[in-house]
Design a protein around this ligand. Structure first.
Ligand SMILES: Nc1ncnc2c1ncn2[C@@H]1O[C@H](COP(=O)(O)OP(=O)(O)O)[C@@H](O)[C@H]1O
Ligand SMILES: [Mg+2]
Length: 250
């Protein structure tokens, strides 16, 4: 069976939301419109606005309602500030140029050395076609950026290193176990709709109260970021499963 790539973040989000347990872990997400933006900013101080078919952190905006009633959005390293919601919304509408966009509740990510980071959870079918969580790695964002993607200046770093200031080793291993289970549940839920999915990579945010949030799920996850880990066995297994999954493509 062919490996299936699902591009639309919105389609994948809707499939995951059908699971009660996973829905709890998904930030509030809606399709773009100015009225939805206004309503969500009424309730949330920070939002992410991202392309439905995006990758590599491209075209991702961070929108904020500032304390003094100013509104801002940032793309790349450029922060734009506006005196009123309408000005900001109009400018953002122009910037997205009619492409299909989503608006998502912004999660304040944990930081390390004042840099935001999130977590990539790799889940693959093993050669026995059983789902297995095969790797967990953190991605430390460039301090001037609002995304953590490695293609946008982010760096893959060991999860343990970045979490050490926050948790004891035994808490950390319990937390990784939890992330591994979330990964498996996500894989099973997606595969019920998209039978050709063989590997997924979850982008998981951890907020200040250590609650995990699924930001997005990639269906063609990059195995190579796991080369960064000192335990080479992790990448070896990921790569072996990856090759085996791709060999089955006829
Ligand atoms: N809701 C959010 N809250 C906080 N950060 C986010 C949110 N959505 C995305 N990000 C940041 O932007 C990055 C890219 O967003 P993502 O949804 O993964 O799209 P892409 O397909 O471009 O990787 C994430 O890895 C994360 O660093
Ligand atoms: Mg991503």
């Amino acid at each position: 069976m062919r490996i299936q790539r699902i591009g639309s973040k919105w389609a994948k989000t809707k499939v995951l939301q059908q699971s009660e347990a996973l829905n709890e872990l998904i930030p509030i997400t809606n399709e773009w419109s100015i009225s939805v933006l206004e309503q969500m900013l009424g309730e949330l101080q920070m939002l992410y606005v991202k392309p439905d078919l995006g990758t590599f952190g491209k075209g991702v905006f961070r929108v904020e309602k500032q304390a003094d009633n100013l509104y801002s959005y940032q793309l790349g390293t450029k922060l734009n500030t506006f005196p009123a919601f309408e000005d900001m919304a109009r400018s953002l509408q122009e910037a997205i140029q009619g492409r299909r966009y989503l608006i998502q509740q912004g999660i304040p990510l944990l930081t390390y050395d004042s840099r935001r980071f999130d977590v990539r959870v790799m889940v693959q079918q093993n050669p026995k076609r059983k789902w297995e969580t095969t790797g967990i790695i953190a991605r430390l964002g460039d301090p001037s950026k609002i995304v953590t993607n490695c293609h946008s200046g982010g760096k893959a770093v060991s999860f343990d290193k970045l979490m050490r200031p926050y948790m004891t080793p035994s808490q950390m291993s319990g937390y990784k176990q939890w992330l591994a289970e979330i990964g498996l549940a996500t894989a099973h839920q997606l595969q019920a709709t998209y039978v050709g999915v063989k590997e997924i990579g979850l982008d998981v945010a951890i907020d200040e109260s250590f609650r995990p949030w699924i930001l997005e799920v990639n269906t063609i996850p990059d195995p190579y970021i796991f080369r960064k880990l000192t335990d080479k066995n992790i990448f070896r297994r990921i790569y072996r499963y990856h090759k085996s999954n791709n060999r089955r493509v006829k």
